[in-house]
Design a protein around this ligand. Sequence first.
Ligand code: CU
Length: 150
Amino acid sequence: MLAASSAVVTGALLLTACGSDADADGRAELSVRAAYIPQPVSATMAAGFLTVVNKGGAADELTSVTSTAAGSVTLHETVGSSMEEVTALDVPAHGQLVFKSGGNHLMFEKLKSKPVQGGTVTVELHFASSGPLEVEIPVKSATYDPTTGH
Ligand code: CU
């Protein structure tokens, strides 16, 4: 009896120390960095990349992205050599959700005008728990590489 209850207490302490999704550790604190859209070849379709950083102790989920510049914005995951539309992507506690070339990306379709290098496209990110975030995404050159900045 004694042994059993002390095991439970130990488990609870470990969880707290991890600061995982426990409510005690508060909520998601989200911000966006490294957003860019490579200037697309097409006038109506473009891919977008960004990183959602979560400094909070609770996980959240990106559930949709909207933009007045596009008829539709969808979330895509790259699986092997093909891509799949997904309805939500996790933003882990004390972690980040990364969209990058060859991986997750935003897909803009039915663009009202072609994004041109030097311009911006404004989007709103919607989350399961946190309020929406508005992001002005700069349009970079078609071959822009965020790891070198060129
Ligand atoms: Cu895609």
